[in-house]
Design a binder for this molecule. Structure first.
Ligand code: FAD
Length: 444
């Protein structure tokens, strides 16, 4: 007798199906290995096969066949998530969206795209008419827009537009349900919260409408400072300077700059470094602020030059962890919201060399606050949890990146809206099973 998988492969034979074990293994993973805890939990998790739909009809066919044979289905964009969001815990099918690449429309302030469109590719097209993504992760060159909505939260641009979950940033979503007869559903306005940052547990997003920002002639700068706290104060002052248009302010305490080997000509041993993306039209004002804080401008890339080579974005946010780990694989990270510089200072002084701080400034409830992904050498899970507790006692908030359970990471709360929506669109619990705690608890 044929297995369910053989039946599925036969029925979907006209689609792009990958069964080669090496390829399937590669496409079953993401960057969970930044966490030694997740590394131990997820390293042997594999899908049985991968299918790459080329249009919404093929997505519907895959959903229908998975439901027919009760096979788990996990959606994958570029697989750059950090918490095993797209790692299939129970095998099954990986639906890879990287062939869903149509840009449907770009208009002033808004765009509609298929879920697999790469963020940097999209920006190139949008900039041609003076617009760009409001925010993007440091994995911007490879990440998909659908994957950012499913698993991401902040990035360059968040200094102006806050987090992905802030009302207005995601305008509408079209998705395919996992029912015997899959439906196409369109969510708009506040309804998008049902699937925003839901780790692909409640429906397969096929199209999205996203808000855009006006595009400026972005230039890149590196400024060094004698000490981290002065650099942090400069970062806050620049973030609060309404007359200077910026897209990213990222402050790094020594020794983090030592991990940026490709930038070594612009960094000085022992000094803090601030990496900036600022409108070139505001360069003179920026230089005055740098002078006020006794900083030294060591690197400047014009808007034309930023079109070539790697962006300094790729040293910030969680790319900082990537560079640090390439020098010392024992390094791991946390995700922190400090809310103010007093908390940054307290924690910096308290932990000394144990924690290497970098700050990324972002808009939170109308104010720009310091957040960031502090680095540390992993010793034990107990010590990691102690550090989280101390951070929280001192007034910071931690989004724990060492769990693949959705609710245990960021919000630490069950989202009844997302659970209710899952009951509707994924009644058999086939969609990325094991990631939504609310569902697991509701089903016993
Ligand atoms: P994937 O990893 O493929 O998927 C992410 C989640 O979304 C999974 O749960 C998946 O099932 C779900 N999903 C994907 N597509 C769909 C769909 N069509 N329908 C339903 N669900 C879907 N994140 C940030 O927020 N900011 C950062 O600055 C940042 N920097 C990073 C730096 C590094 C070095 C690394 C490794 C990661 C970083 N991340 C960051 C995390 C990650 O890169 C981003 O969240 C990225 O946007 C994920 O996109 P992706 O296409 O790779 O998604």
């Amino acid at each position: 007798m044929k297995s369910n998988y053989q039946n599925l492969i036969e029925e979907l034979a006209r689609l792009e199906i990958i069964t080669d074990p090496g390829q399937v293994a590669k496409l079953s993973l993401d960057y969970y290995h930044f966490s030694p805890i997740l590394e131990a939990q997820l390293q042997d998790k594999r899908a049985d096969l991968v299918i790459r739909p080329h249009n919404s009809q093929e997505v519907i066919d895959i959903a229908k066949t998975c439901v027919k044979y009760q096979i788990p289905l996990t959606v994958r964009g570029a697989g750059t998530g950090n918490y095993g969001q797209c790692v299939p815990l129970q095998g099954g099918v990986i639906l890879d969206t990287t062939k869903l690449t149509k840009i449907i429309s770009i208009e002033p302030g808004t765009a509609r795209v298929e879920a697999g469109v790469k963020m940097a590719f999209f920006d190139k097209q949008a900039r041609a008419i003076g617009w760009e993504l409001r925010m993007a992760p440091s994995t911007y060159r490879t990440a998909t827009i659908g994957g950012f909505i499913g698993g991401g939260s902040v990035g360059m641009g968040s200094i102006n537009y806050g987090q992905l979950k802030d009302r207005g940033n995601l305008q509408a979503v079209q998705l395919v349900t996992l029912e015997a007869e899959p439906k196409i559903i369109e969510l708009r306005g506040d309804e998008v919260e049902k699937v925003n940052h839901a780790y692909g547990t409640n429906g397969i997003i096929t199209e999205l409408e996203i808000a855009l920002a006006p595009c400026y002639p972005w230039a890149e700068f590196i400024v060094t400072f004698a000490d981290f706290l002065t650099a942090a104060k400069f970062g806050q002052a620049l973030s609060d300077s309404d007359g200077i248009v910026k897209k990213m302010v990222s402050v790094h305490s020594w020794p983090i700059p030592a991990y940026f080997t490709a930038l070594k000509d612009y960094l000085t041993t022992g000094k803090a470094a601030v990496l900036l993306i600022v409108s070139d039209s505001d360069r003179v004002a920026l230089e005055s602020l740098i002078k006020e804080y006794n900083g030294e401008l060591t690197y400047y890339k014009t808007p034309e030059e930023t079109q070539k080579g790697n962006s300094i974005l790729e040293f910030t946010w969680n790319h900082t962890t990537l560079h640090a780990r390439s020098c010392n694989p024992k390094i791991t990270y946390l995700q922190a919201f400090y809310f103010n510089l007093a908390t940054v200072e307290k924690l910096h002084n308290y932990f000394g060399e144990e924690i290497m701080m970098h700050l990324e400034f972002l808009k939170f409830q109308g104010k720009v606050i310091p957040a960031g992904l502090p680095l540390l050498e992993f010793t034990t899970e107990t010590r990691l949890n102690e550090i989280i507790a101390i951070y929280e006692q001192q007034g910071a908030a931690i989004a724990n990146p060492h769990t693949y359970i959705m609710e245990d990471g960021g919000s630490r709360q069950i989202n009844p809206l997302q659970l209710e929506f899952k009951q509707l669109v994924d009644p058999y619990g086939l969609n990325n099973p094991g990631k939504m705690r609310a569902w697991v608890e509701a089903r016993g």
